[in-house]
Structure formats: C-alpha cells, structure tokens
Design a protein around this ligand. Structure first.
Ligand SMILES: Cc1cc2nc3c(=O)[nH]c(=O)nc-3n(C[C@H](O)[C@H](O)[C@H](O)COP(=O)(O)OP(=O)(O)OC[C@H]3O[C@@H](n4cnc5c(N)ncnc54)[C@H](O)[C@@H]3O)c2cc1C
Length: 434
C-alpha cells in the first residue's frame, strides 16, 4: 500500500523532531523517518544557542563567551542559518523545545546563557539544561564538591575541580573519587550504573551517600557525573540530597550520554503525543520527482525501495557525523537528494592546519535560500517542496560557536512550520486562532 502524508521529515535528531512537531502544529499529517539513532546519545543533552561568535576568517579566534545570544546574532557571518530564520525563528524553536520537554529542562526564564560545569572542568555557556544540572551552575556561589568513581575514567573529579579552580570560578571547589557501591566490570556503561541507582540495588543510594559523606566537609553542593538514575532520577537525587544535607547535581558526560538519551526520549514522547508517525531502522536512499517537486522519498527496506510520498519534505539528516553530509577523497555530497554542497576543490583546503582552527569542513552543508530550501550551484531552489534543517545545513561552525542544538531547533521549527503550512494551505497563526 502506498504511504502518503502531508509532510515527511527525514531524520530523527533534534532538527527532525522539532520540524515534525512544528509541522504537526499546523494540523498537517506528519511522518518522521530515521535510519539510526541520532547523535543525541553522544551529545551532552545541553541546548546551546550561541556561546561564541566565529568569523569567516579561518585565522580568527571565536569571540566569547556570549552572555546574551539574542544580542549577538547580528554579529554572525551572513551565510549563518540563524540569518535565514531570524531572532523570531530562534524563539520559535525554543518555544517548541520548551513545550516538548516541560519541567525536565531549565533556562527558559531568561534570554541569557547559563554557565554549566563540564566533565573536563570547564564552564560552558548554554541556553537550556536538564533540571538535574541546574543546581551546579557556575553562577551559584556555593562551596562545591565534585565526585567521580574509581574505574570510571571519563570523569576525573580531582582534575576537573583543579581546572575549574584555575579558571577562577567564584566558589571553592574540591574533587574526590569514591568506589561505586555496586561492583561492576571496569568497562561497565554509565547506563548500567544508573540502573543500579534506579533500583537501589544492594542499597546503592545509602552506601553512595555514606562514601561521599567522608568528603563532605562543609561543601554545600555535590556534583556527580550524569548517571544518577534513569527512570527514577528525581527520586535518586532527592534521596541523595536528603542523606547528604547538600544540593546534588549532575555534570554532563561523554558517550553514552544519559542526558542525551533522556532528551531523545522526551522528544520522541512529544512526537507520539503530537500524533507524528515514526518509522525508524531503514535509510532513505533516493527520491522520485515530478519536475521541480519531490513526489516521494525511497526507503531501502531489506533491499527493496519503498516510496514514502508527501506534499512537503524536510531534510534533517545531520552533518558529517550524522551522515547527512558525506565525503570521500574527491568530493562532499548530500546523499539522498544530491543537493549541492559547495567545498574547495583541493582536499587540502578542507581543513586548517591547527587542530582547533576554523576548518572549512565544519561549515560544509547545503546552502539554503530565504525559505530554507537547499539551492543548486546557481542559487535556485533544488526542489520547490524540500526544506533543510539542522546539521545538514552549511554556513555555521556550530561546534566552535556552540550553537548546534540551537541551529537545529530554530531551522527545524521554521522548516516544519513552512512545510505544514504549504501542505495544509493554512498558516499556523490561523490554526492557533481557530
Ligand atoms: C559528541 C557530540 C556532542 C554534542 N554536544 C552538543 C552540546 O553540548 N550542545 C549542543 O547544542 N549540541 C551538541 N551536539 C550536537 C547535536 O547533538 C546535534 O548533532 C546537532 O544539533 C545536529 O542535529 P541534527 O538533528 O541535525 O542531526 P543528527 O543528530 O545527526 O541526526 C540525524 C538523523 O538523521 C538520520 N539519518 C541520516 N541519514 C539518513 C538517511 N539516509 N535516511 C534516514 N535517516 C537518516 C540519522 O539516523 C539521525 O536520526 C553534539 C553532537 C555530538 C556528536
């Protein structure tokens, strides 16, 4: 049976989820297809809007940290995706995000960036952060103890505390390493440790509090790597706070990132609630077109190509990491629709000699017109009914400027709303005032 929707979103990361939610708000019937899990399981779970301004000039250093992303937007290079959607588009993305995650996230009370402690002992400007991270903000001047676990090499609490101290944070900070109260293999994943706290295996919560108590010594708050429970995370943190008599917070970690996984769950719950149909596990590999419009996206299901038809399409397949942009020794491509991805001909110009420099590849991606439609080499929209969102868009060095999730939210919200409006013939405003 042919599958047909108003809007088809390709990609299940922050950009695809936001686009699908925005399209559903217009009353459109929406389907989201994704090949694999998104980069969220590696990501910190933080929503960075803009932490630094990065010029086009590869030799220039990022200027930051940015205190108010909304004030800094007009200092971004012209090709930046934020310049297509504008400040209103950024606010729309945040509105959809805040609605989707509810009180699981903090930061919506202000336009200004919060400064979150990282597992490397630095401070990072971000716009939205999980509520379990909130008591650990650098702006809170409380004597702080960071606690790591023996065998968990990802987080060295003593080194992180020393590093934070050296950066001049306005509070005393110390580090301690304790043994996790339940024995695991050295290579056990944080998700396994979180489950042990969830189920209070072998009295894990009380024994953890006892181990930390020996180091408490007047510290007013205690930070752990983000693994304080999963389903029962609020209960776990509340019990530890109660037993320690101190505020307890989580510090975002590397992969597998529980905060990223939790965010993925929150977004997919919101998609379910919005009535978005979801199909995952198979890659989109091509498309069918009728002149300038896409008729359907072809999905490879065990060797046969199944068409998914729709009136409007959103490409949200991520950048070089998510596989939305592909490269070989010769060229850089967008593999599903073959959209134009400008790049220097000489491969040696794709990167900059310094490891943390302004690499050209960081900005590789499709080039949108003023309606977020990918354009061809002459600047014309590749297809009338295809918009792009998130990491697949070029023009921003989101890692250096700390804006990846923000760009995904803002462009996802814009692309999804426009796709929904075009498919249903209604504007979201009309829909909302009915
Ligand atoms: C290690 C790491 C840490 C990060 N930390 C932060 C951070 O601290 N703050 C922040 O703001 N952002 C962070 N990010 C960035 C953020 O997680 C996203 O990568 C970014 O917002 C881009 O999201 P996206 O939705 O465009 O793409 P992705 O998250 O890459 O998702 C792409 C989706 O498209 C699907 N897809 C790709 N090709 C196909 C195909 N052919 N057919 C069907 N589906 C396909 C993928 O399976 C996936 O579901 C981090 C990313 C990484 C990798």
């Amino acid at each position: 049976m042919a599958i047909r929707e108003d809007v088809l979103v390709v990609g299940g990361g922050i950009a695809g989820a936001t686009a699908a939610l925005a399209a559903a708000e217009t009353g459109a019937q929406v389907r989201l297809i994704s090949h694999k899990k998104s980069t969220l399981r590696q990501a910190s779970g933080l929503i960075d809007l803009l932490g630094a301004v990065v010029e086009d000039d590869p030799a220039s250093e990022p200027s930051g940290p940015v205190a108010d992303p909304f004030e800094a937007v007009d200092r971004l290079p012209g090709a930046h995706p934020y310049n297509v959607v504008g400040v209103e588009g950024i606010r729309e993305g945040l509105r959809i995000f805040d609605g989707a995650v509810g009180d699981a996230y903090a930061g919506a009370h202000t336009d200004r960036n919060a400064l979150v402690l990282t597992h490397g002992g630095t401070v990072k400007p971000t716009a939205r952060y999980p509520e379990s991270v909130a008591p650990g903000l650098a702006s809170v001047e409380e004597k702080t103890l960071l606690v790591g676990f023996a065998g968990l090499t990802d987080f060295d609490a003593t080194a992180a505390a020393a590093h934070l101290d050296a950066t001049g944070v306005p509070f005393d900070v110390d580090g301690a390493t304790v043994s996790f109260p339940v024995e695991f293999r050295d290579d056990a994943l944080t998700t396994r440790l979180a489950k042990a706290l969830d189920t209070d295996e072998s009295n894990a919560r009380e024994r953890l509090a006892e181990a930390v108590d020996d180091h408490l010594d007047g510290h007013e708050r205690v930070g752990f790597p983000a693994m304080l429970g999963d389903d029962e995370r609020r209960e776990v943190r509340a019990e530890l706070e109660d037993r320690l008599g101190a505020a307890v917070f989580e510090i975002p970690t590397g992969p597998p990132s529980l905060l990223g996984l939790r965010l993925e769950d929150l977004l997919f719950d919101a998609l379910d609630e919005a009535g978005v149909r979801i199909a995952s596990g198979n890659p989109a590999v091509g498309y069918e077109t009728d002149g300038g419009r896409i008729e359907s996206v072809l999905v490879d299901r065990r060797g046969s190509e199944v068409p998914y038809s729709a009136d409007e399409f959103v490409l949200a397949t991520g950048g070089l990491v998510g596989k939305g942009i592909d490269s070989d020794r010769e060229s850089v491509t967008e593999p599903i629709f073959g959209c134009h991805v400008p790049h220097p001909e000489d491969r040696y110009d794709w990167s900059y000699p310094e490891a943390f420099g302004a690499h050209a590849f960081a900005r590789f991606g499709v080039v949108p017109d003023d309606d977020l439609r990918p354009t061809d080499a002459s600047g014309e929209a590749e297809f009338a009914n295809l918009r792009a969102a998130g990491g697949v868009l070029g023009g921003a060095d989101t890692a250096r400027e700390k804006s990846a999730a923000g760009v995904s939210l803002a462009t996802g919200a814009y692309a999804g709303r426009r796709a929904g409006e075009n498919a249903t013939g209604e504007t979201a405003v009309e829909e909302a005032t009915r």
